[in-house]
Design a protein around this ligand. Sequence first.
Ligand code: NAP
Length: 278
Amino acid sequence: MPKTVLITGASSGFGYNTVLKFQREGWNVVATMRSPEKDQELHKLDRVMVTRLDVKDRESIKAAVAETIEKFGSLDALVNNAGYGVAGFLEEASDEDIDNQIDTNLKGVILVTQEVLPQMRKQKSGSIVNVTSVGGSIGLPMIALYNATKFAVEGLTESLRIELEQFGISACSVAPGAFKTGFGHNSNWLDGNAKPELDGLRESFQSHYSAILAQPPKPFGFGDPKDVADLIYNCVTGTPSHRNFIGKDAKMLTFLRRFLPQKAMDKMFKDSILPKGW
Ligand SMILES: NC(=O)c1ccc[n+]([C@@H]2O[C@H](COP(=O)([O-])OP(=O)(O)OC[C@H]3O[C@@H](n4cnc5c(N)ncnc54)[C@H](OP(=O)(O)O)[C@@H]3O)[C@@H](O)[C@H]2O)c1
């Protein structure tokens, strides 16, 4: 009997590539997305069910999990991948900006995990992979809210890993650096509560950061999202570490952080992320 994986945010990027990886490996795959009607390819594949799931909508999560069990009879792995980035001065975030980011990147992971756990407990086995970020263990300037959600998911994962062991369920995170996906395009500005005093600074950051997101980051360039999909698959089928960095940039940053003084790290982030002269 093939095993079954449910993946959130499967319409593009890591989620899309992870659907393809599990499908190629012979799994049943539940490719969930907010707008399944837009899917052109995935629903044509054998053993792939495309269905609606918005991580901010508990009813849609319940329905997708029920549909999974009805169609495939089990739910062996969950990949909490859906998410997006926000950048800007924290002070300028509106309540809506804050709620959207936390509800998608953090609460979404909590809700989907809650709905999947009873089935995994019943089966006495299961595997949960949470896609975080290198920004889930290193704080970078002007993405504080995004950092906060990813740090929180790292904490959630670390705790759950121990809590769930008794039920035969594993939990780990996959923490990528910069990869070429829809991420840059789907990122939002934190400017719903714009302050006139920050006019000028905001615009100079936005144009600088847009260029950063669009260009391959130096010195390594973008990573290939297929490598993230492979790592997620290996985490589900192997014996993963609790936190799995991927991408040359992510590995270099975590290495440097162990050895460089904080001031040197701060300078590196200022030089690479903030506009000149800040
Ligand atoms: N690419 C990178 O460099 C990078 C680095 C570190 C971490 N990450 C993390 O990797 C994960 C995947 O991002 P990606 O790089 O593959 O970017 P992506 O191509 O933009 O994919 C993000 C996916 O999340 C979905 N999504 C957003 N809000 C959702 C919601 N409320 N409910 C369900 N799905 C939702 C999007 O669906 P729609 O099509 O409906 O918008 C899309 O399928 C994210 O958690 C991101 O933070 C990415």
